[in-house]
Design a protein around this ligand. Structure first.
Ligand SMILES: O=C(O)[C@H](O)[C@@H](O)[C@H](O)[C@H](O)COP(=O)(O)O
Length: 246
């Protein structure tokens, strides 16, 4: 049964630290509950996840996780050279992945060394190899957890307003060239995000008040509000993003 954003659970937490801690708990719970195969997670980009990554890398938390059973993907990537400061993988690698014993073969950065179309195709092949099929089975989600952020224009991953990739219903990975953000982008498409047991939005800060309100209302003019899941959708927001701190 497909869940849409209007059926999402909104959890309001005191501050961004509490949001990061709650996300860390959800990840630990999910990983420990997974008994058949690797726990496949798509990390979100931008600045919000950084504190979560720091928390997961702290020894007291890291030792709770059987990292050999975790397989890391990204929801999207900026099409910049490997190691570029604005790359989502550069942040993920430096703040978390280089500090925990997740096997290197379980880490799948989105390639950025060829053309954006070639790299998107290559990433789709990586996803299909991990999944073991080239078509998505609604009964068998591609991801155990997809983490998403919320942009101040209502985008999520790199599903930006007005981009052709919003119409993609077959490919698992697409590209975007938003005029409102630097760099070309590679992104999971809606069908790939929908193939998930759990989608969690992380939304913090007063700058997100308007978009969070419209997301929760299911305003389908926002790309983020068109996200669906074969499983559950949770929105973790702090009081500032909900507008309670005003
Ligand atoms: O690559 C990216 O930028 C992200 O994937 C993007 O979708 C991000 O999650 C939102 O723009 C929120 O970004 P902040 O967390 O920095 O507000």
């Amino acid at each position: 049964m497909i869940t849409d954003i209007r059926a999402a659970t909104l959890e309001t937490l005191p501050d961004s630290e509490a949001v990061a801690l709650r996300m860390a708990d959800l990840l630990v719970e999910g990983i420990l509950a997974k008994t058949d195969g690797l726990f496949r997670v798509a990390l979100s980009g931008g600045s919000t996840p950084k504190r979560l990554f720091e928390i997961l890398a702290t020894p007291s938390r890291a030792k709770l996780i059987p990292w050999e059973r975790v397989e890391i993907f990204y929801g999207d990537e900026r099409h910049v050279s490997e190691g570029h400061a604005d790359s989502n993988h550069t942040v993920g690698q430096s703040v978390l992945l280089s500090r925990v014993p997740v096997p290197a073969q379980n880490i799948h950065a989105i390639p950025t060394g060829a053309t954006v179309e070639e790299d998107a195709k290559a990433y789709e092949k990586t996803l299909q190899a991990a999944y073991g099929a080239t078509t998505l089975d609604p009964e068998r989600p591609l991801f155990d957890l997809v983490m998403l952020g919320l942009g101040t224009d209502g985008h999520t991953a790199s599903l930006f307003p007005g981009q052709p990739v919003l119409k993609e219903r077959t490919a698992w990975v697409g590209t975007a060239a938003p005029s409102t953000a630097p760099y070309e982008r590679i992104t999971l498409t809606y069908p790939a995000i929908q193939s998930s047991a759990l989608v969690v939005f992380l939304v913090t800060g007063a700058s997100k008040v308007e978009m969070l309100e419209r997301l929760v209302e299911g305003d389908s003019s926002l790309p983020s509000a068109r996200v669906t899941s074969e499983g559950r959708i949770i929105i973790l927001a702090d009081r500032a993003a909900v507008g309670e701190d005003a």
